[in-house]
Design a protein around this ligand. Structure first.
Ligand code: SOE
Length: 385
C-alpha cells in the first residue's frame, strides 16, 4: 500500500471506542471513515461530536458498504467474536479489544481464520506500551533484573464500588463467565508474562462477589459514567461474577507469584501495580504514576528511573514521544500500539514476528482466564493446558 490514508472503522463507541479514535488520529496517516453503534440517535450524536463522516447501526452493512482496510472492535465482549469473524471473512485487518472472545473455542477459530486469510490481527493489550513497562522487559532481557524470584501484581479500580454501580460487564451473556479477571486481570496477567518472559503453568484462585445483588439501571449506563441514580431508576438483579479475585501463580522457572484484582477498592481509580523481585534488583511500577520506575537494591540506595529517552534502553525510545517531565499516559499507549500495528497494515500482512500483541496472545489470555475461573470453582490448583 502506498502512502495513501488507511481507511478505518470503529465498532462500539462507549468508553474505549473514543480512546481508539483519538489514538488512531494521533498515530499518523489514518482516516476514521465510519463508526458502528447500535442506537441511532447516539450513533449520530457521537459521529457528529467526533467528526466522523458516517455512522451505522448495522455492523454487517458497514463492513459491506465501506472500503475499509481495518476494523477496531470496541463493543461488549460477546460481540468481539462475531464482529471479528465478519471483518476477517470480508478481508479486513482487525484490531480487537481484550478479551478477544468469550470462549477459548471462539478465540481459536479467530486465530485460525486470521492466519488463513493472511490478515493483520491484534489485541489491544495497550498497557504494554507504557515506556517503563517496556523498560522492565528490557531490564529482564539484558540481565539487570537477574533471575525472577517472585512476582506480585494488583489491578484495582473503584468504578463498581457501590451496589448501584452497573455496567454490561456484570452480565455473563455479554462479558463471559468472569468479570474482574476478564476485564482487568487479563491486562495484568498479559504484562506479567510479557515482562518476565515466563509462562504461568498453574493457578489457584479465590473470588468474591462483594455485591451479590446490584441495582440495574432501567436505561444503559456507560463505563465510568459516575452517574448517581435514584431508586425508581433501578431493578434488583443477582450477580454471579466476581468483583474481587486473588490468584496464586506458578511459573515455568519454578518461581511463584500472586495477583489481586478488585473493582470495588475505594479510591483506586485505575491502578495496575507490578513488582518483580529478581536476583539483582526489584522493579516496581504502577499505572497511576507511569513515568517513574522504582528500582530496589540490597546494598545501595534505591533508585527512581524517570521516563526520558536519554535514560531508558535504546529499544524503548521508539515508544516515547516527549522528553522526561513532559508526561505521557494512557492515551499514548494506544497511539504507540497502533503505530506498530498500522506499519503492518500498510505492508498488508502480519509480520513473521510481530512486535505487538496478536490474537495468539488473546487466545493465551482466554486459556489463562478459563483456568482461573475453573480453579475458583473447584477451589484447587489448575494446570494450564
Ligand atoms: C474498565 O474496567 C476498563 O475500561 C477496562 O475495560 C480497560 O481494559 C482498562 O484499560 C480500563 O478500565
Amino acid at each position: 500500500m502506498s502512502n495513501q490514508k488507511i481507511k478505518v472503522a470503529v465498532a462500539g463507541v462507549g468508553f474505549i471506542g473514543p480512546v481508539h479514535i483519538e489514538s488512531i488520529r494521533r498515530a499518523g496517516n489514518l482516516d476514521v471513515v465510519a463508526l458502528f453503534h447500535p442506537f441511532e440517535s447516539e450513533a449520530a450524536e457521537k459521529a457528529a461530536a467526533m467528526g466522523i463522516p458516517k455512522y451505522y447501526v448495522d455492523y454487517d452493512k458497514m463492513i459491506k458498504e465501506e472500503a475499509l482496510d481495518c476494523v477496531h472492535i470496541c463493543t461488549p465482549n460477546n460481540l468481539h467474536y462475531p464482529m471479528a469473524k465478519t471483518a476477517l471473512l470480508a478481508g479486513k485487518h482487525v484490531i480487537c479489544e481484550k478479551p478477544l472472545a468469550t470462549t477459548v473455542k471462539e478465540a481459536e477459530e479467530l486465530l485460525a481464520l486470521a492466519r488463513e486469510k493472511k490478515l493483520v490481527h491484534a489485541v489491544s493489550f495497550n498497557l504494554r506500551y507504557y515506556p517503563l513497562v517496556r523498560q522492565m522487559k528490557k531490564m529482564r532481557e539484558n540481565g539487570e533484573l537477574g533471575n525472577v524470584y517472585s512476582i506480585m501484581g494488583s489491578y484495582l479500580q473503584d468504578w463498581l464500588f457501590y451496589a448501584t454501580d452497573y455496567n454490561w460487564r456484570l452480565e455473563p451473556d455479554k462479558s463471559g463467565d468472569s468479570k474482574a479477571i476478564a476485564d482487568i486481570g487479563s491486562h495484568l496477567i498479559d504484562l506479567i508474562e510479557y515482562i518476565s518472559g515466563l509462562s504461568i503453568t498453574e493457578v489457584m484462585a479465590d473470588f468474591s462477589t462483594v455485591h451479590p445483588t446490584r441495582k440495574k439501571p432501567l436505561k444503559a449506563v456507560e463505563t465510568y459514567s459516575g452517574k448517581m441514580l435514584s431508586p425508581e431508576d433501578y431493578a434488583d438483579v443477582p450477580i454471579k461474577t466476581e468483583d474481587y479475585a486473588s490468584v496464586l501463580l506458578r511459573f515455568s522457572n519454578g518461581s511463584k507469584g500472586v495477583v489481586t484484582v478488585s473493582q470495588v477498592a475505594a479510591g483506586r481509580k485505575n491502578r495496575l501495580g507490578l513488582e518483580i523481585h529478581g536476583s539483582n534488583v526489584t522493579m516496581s511500577w504502577n499505572s497511576e504514576t507511569p513515568n517513574d520506575l522504582w528500582i530496589g537494591k540490597r546494598n545501595e540506595a534505591n533508585q527512581v528511573l524517570m521516563r526520558d529517552p536519554s535514560l531508558v534502553d535504546k529499544d524503548v525510545r521508539s515508544i516515547i514521544a516527549y522528553p522526561g517531565g513532559h508526561n505521557e499516559g494512557f492515551g499514548d499507549t494506544s497511539k504507540q500500539l497502533f503505530k506498530e500495528i498500522y506499519a503492518a497494515v500498510r505492508e498488508g500482512k502480519q509480520p513473521a514476528t510481530p512486535t505487538y500483541p496478536t490474537f495468539e496472545e488473546g487466545l493465551r489470555e482466554l486459556r489463562l482466564c478459563d483456568a482461573i475461573v475453573e480453579s475458583h470453582r473447584k477451589q484447587g490448583w489448575v494446570r494450564i493446558s
